[in-house]
Design a protein around this ligand. Structure first.
Ligand code: RUB
Length: 309
């Protein structure tokens, strides 16, 4: 698949979820590097940077995308030959994909430890990392039940209930607004993340923040399953994570919207859950309280405050 096709599929959400987006982008960069017929190293650098920009412009919130691209493109700066640069990009891309898949497996093992026999869980959206924990707990023989939300407007909940059903896990499918009604029956909220700020705030699918608030009210734990490359280094600088707002037609058919000239349909697709409403973040390096987000950025992503000076 050519790079522009991957970019289009990420933009229209055929490829979605922060982890999958990062792996698809990295694969596209690898294949692009392999097929480019550049006349010099400088041209190759320019063409690769232009390709990276196309991928970066697809979805603004999932920080896994710029983190993965930064990792794969780093050898461009240091390579001394065109073939060396191409080779290094290929190696890094493959290493990223391998470690990303391995991270999900590790998160599943660690996350499953936080799920007890008899627990009723609630998950929102469709997170590969969060679902891996749930499926692993079930595989270990823990008797669990799950509430999965619909996730308006794109209904990612349908993907989630398919996975849970296929794993043989007892699942309840509810509309997003039913969360507060059921929250008292929930032992643990388990979700994924598109980005985690240095202050431990978690950016995930719209509706996560009110779920965390409802959980906080009844003292139900909220756990976030997220690979280290979901942590957002630039938040060290105070940079805010952009919240993507998608087309209104995802919420209301265009003709209906056009018949209501005084109505503006808003469609932000992520929200921010403050660290105070998050009990634990499970990464492949271990479980941390949200307050320790900076250590992940420094130790595992290799970004330190000095880099911004
Ligand atoms: C997906 C979403 C997921 C995170 C984590 O939003 O919010 O919870 O991306 O997913 P969208 P994963 O459907 O708009 O991409 O754990 O699979 O990376």
């Amino acid at each position: 698949m050519v790079l522009s096709e991957t970019a289009a599929r990420i933009k229209n959400m055929e490829i979605r979820g922060a982890g999958r987006i990062a792996r698809a982008a990295v694969e596209a960069l690898r294949d692009h590097a392999d097929t480019l017929d550049s006349s010099s190293l400088d041209t190759f650098r320019r063409e690769m940077r232009a390709a990276a920009d196309i991928l970066l412009s697809t979805r603004p919130t999932a920080v896994s995308l710029p983190n993965a691209i930064r990792y794969v493109m780093a050898p461009l700066e240091t390579a001394s030959t065109l073939s060396g640069a191409r080779q290094a990009i290929r190696e890094r891309a493959e290493a990223f994909i391998r470690s990303s898949l391995h991270a999900v497996d590790r998160i599943a093992e660690i996350g499953a430890r936080h799920i007890s026999d008899g627990d009723t869980l609630l998950t929102h959206c469709n997170s590969e990392a969060a679902l891996a924990c749930i499926v692993e707990a079930h595989r270990q023989g823990k008797e669990i039940e799950v509430y999965a939300t619909e996730v308006r407007p794109r209904r990612q909940g349908l993907l989630t209930i398919r996975t849970l059903n296929d794993a043989g896990i007892a699942t309840n499918y509810i509309v997003d607004s039913a969360v507060r009604h059921f929250i008292k029956d929930i032992d643990l909220v388990l979700v994924g993340a598109d980005a985690i700020a240095v202050n431990g705030a978690v950016v995930n699918k719209i509706g996560t923040a009110p779920i965390a608030l409802a959980a906080h009210e009844v003292r139900t734990s909220v756990i976030v399953a997220a690979e280290t490359y979901k942590f957002a280094p630039r938040t060290i600088l105070g940079e805010r994570i952009e919240i993507e707002e998608r087309d209104a037609s995802e919420v209301l058919p265009r003709e209906t919207a056009e018949s209501l000239p005084h109505v503006r349909v808003r469609n932000p697709v992520f929200d921010v859950t403050p660290a105070a409403y998050v009990d634990l973040i499970i990464t492949e390096k271990g479980a941390i309280p949200p307050e320790l987000a900076y250590t992940i950025i420094r130790e595992y992503l290799g970004w330190s405050i000095e880099e911004f000076r």
